[in-house]
Structures are given as C-alpha cells and as structure tokens.
Design a binder for this molecule. Sequence first.
Ligand code: PXP
Length: 249
Amino acid sequence: MSNQGKLRLGVNIDHVATVRNARGGAYPDPLRAARIAEAAGADGITAHLREDRRHISDADIEGLMDVLTVPLNFEMAATEEMQKIALRHKPHAVCIVPEKREERTTEGGLEVAREENRLAHFIAPLREAGCRVSIFIAAEQRQIEAAHRIGAEVIELHTGAYCDAHAEEDFEKRDAELKSLENMSSFAHSLGLEVHAGHGLTYETVQPVAAFPEVMELNIGHFLIGESIFLGLEQAIKEMRRLMDEARS
Ligand code: PXP
C-alpha cells in the first residue's frame, strides 16, 4: 500500500500538569507547553481529563479550547460526566479510553467488544456534535470489528505492550507485538477506519510504528515531557518529528 501522506504528531501535555500539580501552583503551565508544541510542529494537542483530575484540570481544557490553533484531541473515559464536558466544548476529536483510578497510566485498551451497546449509545451524541470519535484499543481483531460496528471513525492502537517489551529487552515479544500492530493497522484500514497509535513511544520505539503506512497519527506524551527536561520541549518534539518523518520516507 502506498504511503498515505504525512504522519501527524499529537503531543500529549498531561504530564506538564502532573509536575504543576505536584506543588499545587500555576506552573509549569500546560497551555504554554501546548503553544510551544504547536510552534515546534505538533499537528494536534492531546489532553486526558481523568476522573480524579490528577493532571489536566477542567480549567486546562477550557484554556486549550481558547488558545489552540491546532486540533484538540480530548481523551476521556466513557462516563456521563465526561460526555457532558465534551459536548460543552466540542473538541475536534474525542478519544475514549478505559480508566481505572488505581492505575498509574492507561494500562490497556478499551473492551469495546464487551460493551458494544453501551458504547454505541455513548458515542452517538459526540458524533452528532461533530467530534471525531476515536477508540483506544489493543491490537485485536475483535476489538477493531466492535469499534467499527459501534460507528467509531478512528481507532487508536495501544502501543504500550510493544514499548514495554522493548524496555524489558524481550525482543521476541516486542517483535510479536509489532507484528500485531502492523497486521491490525492494515485490518482496521481495510474496514475504512482511520488508524492512530500511541502510548509509551520513545525515540527508540517510534520508527517501526511510524513506518506503517496506514497509521495516520501518533499521540506521544510522557517521554517527550521527560526529554524536555534535558533538551527543552521544542527540541524534544522536533527530534520526534524528525524520526517520524525519516521512518515514513
Ligand atoms: N494515547 C492515548 C489514548 C493515551 O491514553 C495516552 C496516555 O495518556 C497516550 C496516547 C500517550 O501516552 P504516553 O504519555 O505514554 O506517550
């Protein structure tokens, strides 16, 4: 299959808010980070308003809606509260993610296949409001089929298992996870779904995923915010962009 155009980079700014909230003050400001990310070549900004508000706050989302010149990808759990917030702001995209209070980060994909009816009803008003609805799932055929059946336009494949295997130097598992991501990207694309990917990606792990022609967008946060301590946010993002473009060319 031919290359499908420029791969978009969504920069997730959640962990700027994590650092801010560690002291409860006003800095570092996630909105300032979003503006730098835009200037550094981010094609979108991603923010996850968690139910416990551990990083991004309601005021951050309001501020982002006011200042951004690139699309906001609003990550949220499938709850009534989050649906109301999304319908109030009508961000460009909403990405439905599973959420457990006790987890440190979004550990797995959404179980769409088990909750098909509820999720179909949940996303319908979001789609009617003009939001592009994306579903964050593991690279499994049955989840992709279910996401397609409920009317999602986009799926985001969870790259966490691939990145974890790489970090643990379990290269057999890493390569198997990568193969699943590759196969499931083309399967989802064949159903007409737009394919995104993300979670845990770093300079070391981004290129093989960026090379899949069906993948249209990567959402990357934690590593970039960490790396910005050493390089500055602008340079950290530019290097990620460079690696993505190199892999794609
Ligand atoms: N995509 C989704 C759906 C996510 O939930 C997250 C984490 O919030 C990311 C991408 C970014 O993951 P990371 O911060 O590990 O790069």
